[in-house]
Design a protein around this ligand. Structure first.
Ligand code: HEM
Length: 353
């Protein structure tokens, strides 16, 4: 099912809001059914509670994503390799160029958040594979995710809620959370050793969750994927400031298209496929599945990415989700965030990006 990608101008927006609400609700249905069938909604947590908590942490900014609020729209194309076609029947792997809409972002619910304080770089992508063959994804630059289960992510968000007076996080609460959650160790170790890159263009983006590719013969393979930049990684500098990422990327794209290699990592029997906190051994085989080329970038408020929900469960035939419980939760929560922001656009703020 497709989401609206239309651009709006202020006039007539209110009259369209009802239609968007309906579309947003229809959009939410498959995610909610999946969440229900995956047993996620039978726990006491609802997608609304997640989004409410994200608003507590990042503020409520009308018309913006409740997480990864600061970002810019990008577009270009994906050119798959023949090796990708051997692993999945997905239409996005048919020979040729497939148009792409994407969004580069930093985490957090604040659209004015500081780039130089962000621990991650992120990328949402929508690859056109022909009718009913669209592939959407949302990727982070970390090597693993911080927790394995949605309810633990919720508990982490609660522990991160800033004090209303000082605006600071409570270090004791965070320490207590991490002590109770040893599965966060791999993420914390990665974070302590990694300086975020000085550009969206030289950052690597990882699926973290696992998925299943099905080939022509019906053989299924568990895998994860990464977009590996063709520009060499450079650490961010102390004087980069709070707003360098979007301007830097637009400058680079104006000079030349920016490229990433789509690399698949294949699981071996016994590898944890439902736990995003656990990386697979580096010696697992990898496959070059093609090249992502980004040749345009612009502000999110006017771009196509504004009205796209980069729901990781919008998958073409030939790719299906693993049983990782984060996926069902992400899909349902993104949908609620999408519904809120898409119905607020008449009143939204207008930050620079
Ligand atoms: C239970 C775990 C998670 C929750 C509750 C969550 C929540 C959210 C929400 C509410 C949004 C905004 C959606 C929108 O309005 O369009 C979002 C965006 C995003 N999330 Fe997550 N997330 C989770 C896990 C992850 C993981 C594991 C990754 C990476 C592998 C990830 C990557 C992203 C990215 C890249 C975006 C920005 C997409 C865009 O540009 O629209 N998230 N997340």
């Amino acid at each position: 099912m497709k989401h609206p990608h239309t651009r709006h101008n202020a006039a007539g927006l209110r009259s369209r809001t009802g239609r968007f609400t309906l579309i947003a609700l229809l959009t939410a249905l498959p995610a909610l059914l999946f969440a229900w069938s995956a047993g996620w909604l039978s726990s006491r947590l609802s997608p609304q509670q997640f989004v409410d908590q994200l608003e507590q942490n990042g503020g409520r900014h009308a018309g913006f994503r409740r997480n990864h609020a600061k970002g810019l729209c990008v577009s270009g194309y994906f050119e798959p390799s023949a090796d990708a076609r051997r692993l999945s029947t997905a239409g996005v792997f048919a020979a040729g160029r497939h148009s792409v809409n994407g969004r580069l972002s930093i985490p957090g619910g604040n659209p004015y958040g500081a780039d130089d304080k962000a621990p991650l770089r992120s990328l949402g992508l929508q690859i056109d594979g022909g009718s009913a063959h669209e592939w959407r994804m949302a990727l982070n630059s970390s090597a693993v995710f911080v927790v394995a289960r949605p309810e633990d992510f919720y508990a982490l968000l609660q522990a991160q809620q800033p004090d209303p007076v000082s605006g600071r996080r409570d270090k004791e609460k965070l320490r207590a959370f991490f002590n109770r959650h040893p599965e966060t160790a791999a993420f914390r170790q990665w974070q302590s050793q990694h300086t975020p890159s000085d550009s969206f263009a030289n950052s690597r983006y990882n699926s973290l969750n696992s998925f299943v590719f099905t080939d022509n013969a019906g053989t299924e393979r568990y895998l994860r994927w990464s977009l590996i930049p063709q520009q060499a990684y450079q650490p961010q500098a102390a004087d980069n400031g709070a707003d360098f990422l979007a301007a830097d990327f637009r400058r680079r794209v104006a000079q030349q298209p920016q490229r990433w290699t789509l690399q698949l990592q294949l699981a071996a029997d016994g590898d944890p496929v439902n736990d995003a906190t656990r990386a697979w051994p580096a010696e697992r085989p990898t496959v070059n599945a093609g090249t992502l080329v980004i040749n345009a970038a612009g502000p999110q408020q006017q771009g196509a990415c504004r009205d796209i929900n980069f729901d990781p469960l919008i998958l073409p035939a030939g790719i299906r989700p693993s049983g990782d419980p984060l996926l069902a939760a992400r899909s349902a929560v993104y949908s609620d965030s999408f519904t809120r922001r898409i119905t607020e656009q008449a009143t939204q703020e207008h930050p620079h990006d």
